[in-house]
Design a protein around this ligand. Structure first.
Ligand code: HSE
Length: 286
């Protein structure tokens, strides 16, 4: 008897909430898992071609961690995966694979591990809780990780909140985008981000979309990552004047995510502005 899980992609940070805020997106991966005579993989989807089909596969390894933690051995697995989440673009593809593997493996053995345990395991693998938290719990999360254990609050997204994600044609490894960050930031920049991240979480909880423009700004990571994504600074500055409530680099990039009011009449204009600007910068090809 096998199991099947559906896991959402995610966007991390939402501007000021570096390694803190995350939001699930309506873009998915599916993982099927069942005990088998020998381990085999069926990987479907454009992005799956380069992934290993042996026991070095992340899904297999993560599943074994669940079985070990639960004290139940299932050494051989038949694993199928289909994903529509683009890899290495800042949309949480690795987090969704980790969460999918944890959830599927746990379900396969009767769900002995609580979600809080899966969240800790996922965060310890990813080293930040924002993407995995959003993929595991859905909606919007604000999370804290102490290096071992992660705590979170889930926020139900406001009914009128929509998103527009723009995805450059190039890949950007999270490790590279993290290497661009300074080891220290000034107290003024820390206050800038803490105040906005707190406002962002409160505004999203209360459905105060009018506060997003002020709240969704950042001085802790985006300015340092800007040289890695041509046109990003210009887009972050200008998009709110074309109808975005706010806009940010999605996770470590290079995708960018605009938040919009579903009743905003200028959404088409915003979309055209984003695509034209990205084309002019040479970061989308068509
Ligand atoms: N918070 C992480 C970062 C997300 O910005 O590096 C990476 O997907």
């Amino acid at each position: 008897q096998g199991v099947r899980v559906k896991v959402p992609a995610s966007t991390a940070n939402l501007g000021p909430g570096f390694d803190t805020l995350g939001m699930a997106l309506s873009l998915y991966s599916w993982i099927e898992m069942k005990a088998s005579e020998r381990t085999v993989f069926h990987l479907h989807g454009d992005e799956m071609g380069g992934l290993p089909k042996d026991k070095s596969n992340l899904i297999y390894k993560v599943a074994q961690m669940v079985f070990e933690e639960a004290g139940q051995a299932v050494p051989e697995l038949e694993i199928s995966m289909y994903s529509e989440i683009p890899l290495t673009r800042g949309l949480g593809s690795s987090a969704s694979a980790i969460v999918g593997a944890l959830a599927a493996a746990n379900a396969l053995i009767g769900s002995p591990l609580p979600d809080s345990k899966l969240f800790d395991m996922a965060t310890n693998l990813e080293k930040h809780p924002d993407n995995v938290g959003a993929s595991l719990f859905g909606g919007i999360i604000t999370a804290v990780w102490d290096g071992t254990h992660a705590d979170y609050m889930r926020i139900e997204p406001p009914a009128n909140l929509g998103t527009l994600v723009v995805i450059p044609h190039f890949e950007l490894a999270t490790s590279k985008a993290r290497e661009a960050l300074p080891a220290q930031v000034s107290l003024a920049d820390a206050v800038y981000n803490i105040s906005r991240s707190s406002l962002m979480a409160a505004a999203l909880s209360a459905g105060r979309l009018d506060l997003i423009r002020t709240a969704m700004k950042d001085r802790v990571h985006q300015p340092y990552r800007a040289p890695l994504v041509p046109g990003m600074s210009k887009i972050l500055d200008e998009a709110p004047d074309h109808g975005a409530l706010g806009i940010a680099l999605s996770g470590a990039g290079p995708a960018m995510i605009a938040l919009v009011d579903r009743d905003e009449p200028r959404v088409q204009e915003l979309s055209a502005y984003l695509v034209e600007t990205m084309k002019a910068e040479g970061i989308v090809s068509s």
